[in-house]
Design a protein around this ligand. Structure first.
Ligand SMILES: [Zn+2]
Ligand SMILES: [Zn+2]
Ligand SMILES: [Zn+2]
Length: 333
């Protein structure tokens, strides 16, 4: 019997379709293979192919915009939004518009083309997470921005145009709708129960353990109760914290530990799947500190979004989160 499940944060319903039940081997997997590229603009030695770096973690003595770095952040060459100008809201009767103010940056995670977050050392992944924090702390000074989203497309099927390991950051003059839904849902949970819904999820899932994938003292990875996609995984700090950029060194060390573990397990269980990764954090100019709770979402690209989902916003998921958690628990990275 298929099951309808409701996400406790957003109230979004999903269908867990046991009739169409899929085990890892049933998906038509498009494994990610990194191919060498002598013209890659992100490789060490090709620094002139990108706009000048915003920040870089450099080995001592190396000059900006040359070799000798572990990580670089550069403006996106083809930004979806532009940093120059003033925010100007206008409308045409019924329709609202504003000019495309924002920031679009690329975090080049390693000088080595064939690296991935799953194969890099935990210390190197921690550096990547730290770079995200540094960029958010800098950009949030800019009063035009209401939200900063950090995301990663891994593999062509997940939207990556370059194989070289990188993530992207976009600062927006509005709070995007997916985040709005979570923030509003978390606020209404708080108004009813005087507790953070994400803290409630952490408490229930670490006690119940059927959807728990991996945990450390500070961080937990779970298959959410009502996932839109097979093997969707959330990583949350166990301690309440609204904003990613407020996390401390030891939080990032713990997140790096859990993140690499999950990606390695997914690679084993799902044969190097393409995936999207995103960080949800509290909106910049809102006082959501009591009820929002930052987290990482990882969505392996195993299924296609089709007509029913587009038409309804109602997702059909062929793998139950209990089964996905079991598979990821059992596999050894
Ligand atoms: Zn490269
Ligand atoms: Zn919380
Ligand atoms: Zn989220």
């Amino acid at each position: 019997m298929p099951e309808l499940r409701k996400d406790p944060i957003t109230g979004r319903w999903v269908i867990i379709s046991t009739e169409r039940r899929k085990r890892p081997t049933d998906f038509r997997l498009e494994s990610v293979h990194v191919t060498p590229d002598s013209g890659c603009p992100f490789c060490e030695g090709h620094e002139r192919m990108t706009p000048p770096e915003i920040i870089a973690f450099r080995r001592s003595g190396s000059a900006p915009n040359g070799p000798g770095w572990d990580l670089r952040v550069v403006p996106n060459q083809f930004p979806v939004l532009r940093v120059e100008g003033t925010l100007d809201r206008q409308g045409e009767g019924l329709f609202d518009k504003m000019n495309g103010i924002g920031a679009h940056e690329v975090i080049i995670e390693s000088p080595r083309h064939e690296d991935t977050l799953a194969t890099m050392s935990e210390a190197a992944v921690e550096q990547v997470l730290w770079a995200f924090r540094e960029r958010v702390r800098d950009l949030k000074q800019d009063r035009r921005f209401r939200y900063i989203i950090i995301f990663k497309n891994h593999g062509a099927a997940a939207g990556a145009s370059l194989d070289h390991p990188h993530s992207q950051l976009i600062a927006l003059p509005i709070v995007p709708r997916e985040v709005r839904d979570e923030v509003d849902g978390a606020r209404s949970h708080f108004e009813r129960k005087e507790r953070c819904v994400f803290c409630d999820i952490v408490r229930q899932e670490t006690a119940d353990r059927r959807r728990l994938i991996f945990e450390t003292a500070d961080t937990v990875a779970v298959a959410p109760y009502a996932p839109r996609f097979p093997f969707e995984t959330w990583i949350l700090p166990k301690r309440h914290q609204a904003s990613y950029e407020d996390a401390q060194r030891h939080d990032f060390a713990s997140l790096a530990r859990v993140l690499t573990e999950i990606l390695r397990r997914m690679n084993r269980a799902l044969r190097n799947p393409p995936y999207n990764l995103l960080i949800h954090s509290a909106p910049l100019a809102e006082d959501a500190g009591d009820y929002y709770h930052w987290h990482v979402e990882i969505i392996p690209k195993l299924t296609k979004v089709a007509g029913f989902e587009w038409a309804t916003g109602f997702y059909v998921n062929p793998t139950s989160p209990e089964e996905a958690a079991q598979v990821l628990c059992d596999v050894r990275p």
